[in-house]
Design a protein around this ligand. Sequence first.
Ligand SMILES: Cc1cc2nc3c(=O)[nH]c(=O)nc-3n(C[C@H](O)[C@H](O)[C@H](O)COP(=O)(O)OP(=O)(O)OC[C@H]3O[C@@H](n4cnc5c(N)ncnc54)[C@H](O)[C@@H]3O)c2cc1C
Length: 230
Amino acid sequence: MQHGAGGLVPGFEDKRTFGNRPNGIYLPRFRNVKDQHPDFLRGYGYQGGGYRSVAGWGRGSTRRGFGADFKHGLRVPEYGSWRMSLGGFGECLPHPDNRVTLDPERVDRWGIPVLHIDMQWRENERAMMADAETAAAEMLEAAGCTDVKTYNNDTPPGLTIHEMGTARMGKSPKDSVLNKWNQVWDAPNVFVTDGASMASSGCQNPSVTYMALTARAVDHAVGALNRKEL
Ligand SMILES: Cc1cc2nc3c(=O)[nH]c(=O)nc-3n(C[C@H](O)[C@H](O)[C@H](O)COP(=O)(O)OP(=O)(O)OC[C@H]3O[C@@H](n4cnc5c(N)ncnc54)[C@H](O)[C@@H]3O)c2cc1C
């Protein structure tokens, strides 16, 4: 799901960036850090940034045309007003029936069972993202933005760029796929070091954690190999 808000930033119209675009902004989780929100558990962070309403940073990428006129058109300074947007990135609570299994019947063209994905957004995710819309609009208004509008792109699971889980890490093979070293309980020479090991998604960007888990798992695997345990 993609929920948040955007607004117009008055002024600064004579200001332009030069060279590469500036980085976006990150606003860390602030819900359910100290007090419990009445409508949902856990929380969300915002990722966002400023952009020009007409030209944007992807200037020309959606325009049709070619040749000299097209190139000249891209040089015309039609930047428009500044805008700012904030998009919520929230935690998806783990549920046992949000899962991926091997399809018992369907196979791909090589005869390998295809994945069967059972996953749906639930009440907690929906309540959290509704709050992400409202709070983003409040912040933009408090910062002086006008024409503030919320957005609610109710995208299906799988399109949120931080998908995790499906081979979670745990203390026992009874209720987990991987041990604390990202090692498959049932096949000790297999290590799964991506987001599959996460028991919950969290709301933060995950890649650095995957890299740390990978380094940790590799260190363990090398030690085990040297001790001839693998
Ligand atoms: C648009 C977008 C923006 C993102 N932005 C951020 C961000 O700002 N910060 C952040 O922390 N995370 C971000 N993420 C998430 C991050 O990219 C992923 O969490 C991370 O790339 C996962 O790394 P990985 O090595 O586990 O998997 P991947 O990077 O997906 O690598 C898996 C690799 O396995 C290969 N593969 C798949 N199947 C097979 C097969 N059968 N045989 C051989 N190879 C195979 C694939 O081709 C791929 O190269 C973003 C994701 C997207 C889509």
